[in-house]
Design a protein around this ligand. Structure first.
Ligand SMILES: [Zn+2]
Length: 212
């Protein structure tokens, strides 16, 4: 039976936190989720939380991070916004999770077939959605390799923009968070980029997007 490892979390390194997520995603991908005793987990974490990782992910209903990484309550500090955008408030939330709660790893996770990315590819601006699109725009402009239509009708184009968007949001974090940069430099936390594939269930961590 799964026991919540709350007490050992101060000793977890950023690399170990990444390995826990990779292992958890392997279980999810292969439909081998752990059995979770929710009663005992709730009891262990009722006084305090000490998540070992933080994920900036998309709000997409198909990308629930606790399921994808086969983790439990109290394991992942989850910041989710359409298009996994690193808005100032999202960055503040990540800072809070690392500085005050002791999270050891920040994952910026995009996903395949992302609706917010498609909206950005189509330059959609309705309601307050334009605020989100504005932060994804640099990823749309960054994509130069795919031929054909530069809008959501071109799947290959959309997937490449999803990939670039992870890089763009990581860059925003690095530009706007001296607090997280200092923690990365002191090796207290790591920052990695990842893409979740809706079809295979696999999270691919990008080796060129790792700061730890
Ligand atoms: Zn999405």
């Amino acid at each position: 039976m799964y026991r919540h490892p709350l007490i050992d979390r101060d000793k977890v390194t950023p690399k170990e936190a990444l390995d826990i997520l990779i292992e958890g995603n392997k279980r999810f991908k292969n439909n081998l989720q752990r059995e979770h005793d929710m009663l005992s987990v709730r009891d262990v974490i009722k006084e305090k939380q000490h998540p070992f990782a933080s994920v900036l992910g998309c709000s997409d209903s198909r990308t629930t991070v606790e399921l994808i990484f086969d983790q439990n309550l109290g394991d992942i500090f989850s910041v989710r916004l359409a298009g996994n955008i690193a808005s100032i408030k999202a960055i503040g939330s990540l800072e809070f999770s690392c500085k005050y709660l002791g999270s050891k790893l920040v994952v910026v996770m995009g996903h395949s077939n992302c609706g917010a990315i498609k909206a950005a590819c189509d330059h959609y601006k309705g309601g307050n959605i334009g605020e989100i699109i504005e932060l994804i725009d640099p990823a749309v402009h960054l994509e130069k390799t795919i031929s054909g239509q530069r809008d959501s009708s071109n799947n290959a184009f959309v997937e490449k923009v999803c990939f670039h968007n992870v890089e763009v949001q990581m860059e925003r974090i690095l530009k706007r968070s001296p607090l997280l940069i200092e923690m990365i430099e002191k090796k207290e936390i790591g920052l990695v980029g990842a893409l979740y594939n809706l079809v295979t269930g696999e999270v691919e961590f990008n080796q060129s997007h790792i700061h730890m």
